[in-house]
Design a protein around this ligand. Structure first.
Ligand SMILES: Nc1nc2c(c(=O)[nH]1)N[C@H]1C(S)=C(S)[C@@H](COP(=O)(O)O)O[C@H]1N2
Ligand SMILES: [Mo]
Length: 421
């Protein structure tokens, strides 16, 4: 079952009937998180707006974060889009955004083991008798490569404040919490089958080896999020290479999950234990967090599964200036969790008129982006550029999106100010 909205309703019905298990959550917390009792009680108050933390000298991220490539928000770093202007299809590691719930974990690849267990496997019911895979063993298995984006569900969150006047707490990303890499690794399906997958398996729960995540004084445990077995078997990778090099520490070394088209948090970094359950699972990362709660959403919230349609210009966010009286190539990229981009329209006059952008390269699969460009010869003045993409399902970027308390999935058209002088 790939449609998580319907799957989620089934998972919740089973849970309420006592047939699903909540991992690390008390029953009453799940009920509250899903709005079944007391509606939005666990949703953080709007007054708790967390200001962006200034860049720390030695932060939780290991790689260098030069200011021409990144804007840093505490333990998270956003790619500056102008740094993609002269790049090829993929995002180089030196500018790929980093989102750590706590800090980058340093894992010894020689002693690291992937450990699979659970009632959905034959002969490995509990953590104590897990089936183990070393990195060397994974590397000997047949590998596949895929170009796919990893995008934070909160990418674009700051625009809830600046474009819709409804600020949301959390990292105030602009549009740089996305990157496309060439990932190489083993299909999760291959490993699950070798581990003795049973037909009764329904959910797979990969867990990170990084520190436990404490949010508002509550320890939510290790970063982990259940995946329905259908998605796990379809196209999920246990990736050990990024752009042809061993996976770097900040991106999950030695092995991370790559879950094409799904929200960033599904792509568990530093994966260690993987539970394979024959009952549906919840974790805080698909109940309290990464669900859509708000006046336009149902009381039990809507799951955040695939990313929506977005577009970004490869221009500085602040102080973009172009010379008057000559032709410029406006460049950008568009992507969607629903599949390929069919069409990108660009407006240089705040949405009054639109022109079609030209693809720069092929898209390399529906889980990556489409780079595009458009010539523009402006007169001196100030302008608002807008790019709006449509994907193969017909989904397009609206001028506004409904508010949600987590500030997830800001897929509306973003107005980008440019000065021509
Ligand atoms: N173990 C673990 N996996 C994780 C996270 C984390 O904090 N710990 N963050 C998630 C989130 S919210 C995102 S958006 C992506 C970011 O991947 P990146 O840092 O490689 O860009 O990793 C996901 N996987
Ligand atoms: Mo994220």
């Amino acid at each position: 079952m790939i449609d998580e909205s319907s799957y989620d309703r089934i998972r919740m019905a089973q849970w309420l009937a006592g047939r699903a298990r909540s991992d690390g959550l008390r029953r009453r917390d799940v009920l509250r998180a899903l709005g079944v009792a007391g509606a939005l009680a666990v949703v953080p108050a709007m007054s708790a707006v967390v200001p962006a933390v200034p860049a720390a000298a030695a932060g939780p991220i290991v790689k260098p974060l030069p200011p021409e490539l990144f804007d840093v928000f505490g333990g998270n770093a956003e790619m500056r889009w102008e740094s993609m202007r002269d790049q090829g299809f993929h995002t180089p590691v030196d500018r790929f955004f980093v989102r750590d719930h706590t800090a980058t974990a340093l894992v010894d690849p020689n002693t690291w083991r992937l450990r699979l267990f659970g009632a959905g496997l034959r002969g490995a019911p509990s953590r104590e008798n897990a089936v183990e895979f070393s990195l060397a063993r994974l590397r000997r298995l047949p590998s596949v490569s895929v170009s796919a984006f990893v995008e934070c569900a909160g990418n674009g969150r700051s625009f809830f404040a600046t474009q819709q006047n409804t600020p949301v707490p959390g990292t105030q990303w602009r549009l740089g919490a996305v990157g496309v890499a060439r990932w190489r690794g083993v299909r999760l399906a291959t490993v699950l089958r070798l581990a003795g997958l049973r037909a009764s398996a329904v959910d797979v729960l990969p867990e990170g080896l990084d520190a436990e995540f404490v949010s508002n004084g509550v320890n939510l445990g290790h970063v982990r999020r259940p995946l329905p077995i259908a998605k796990a078997l379809r196209d999920v990778l246990l990736a050990y290479e990024m752009n042809g090099e061993p996976l770097p520490p900040d991106h999950g070394a030695p092995v991370r999950l790559v879950v094409p088209s799904w929200v960033g948090v599904a792509n568990i970094k530093w994966v260690g234990d993987v539970e394979v359950a024959d009952t549906p699972l919840f974790s805080p990362f698909n109940t309290q967090l990464y669900r859509l709660y708000g006046p336009r959403y149902p009381a039990e919230g809507a799951p955040v599964t695939t990313q929506n349609v977005k577009s970004a210009f490869e221009l500085p966010w602040q102080g973009a200036t172009l010379a008057a009286g000559r032709t410029h190539l406006l460049r950008g990229r568009s992507w969607s969790g629903n599949g390929r981009i069919r069409d990108v329209r660009v407006s240089t006059d705040g949405g009054a008129t639109w022109r079609r952008a030209h693809p720069r390269t092929a898209q390399r699969g529906g889980a990556a982006w489409l780079p595009w460009e458009l010539p523009w010869r402006p007169e001196p003045g100030t302008y608002e550029l807008i790019a709006a993409a449509t994907d193969e399902t017909g989904a397009t970027q609206p001028t506004e999106v409904p508010f949600n308390t987590g500030g997830y999935l800001y897929g509306a058209q973003v107005r980008h100010a440019v000065t021509v002088a």
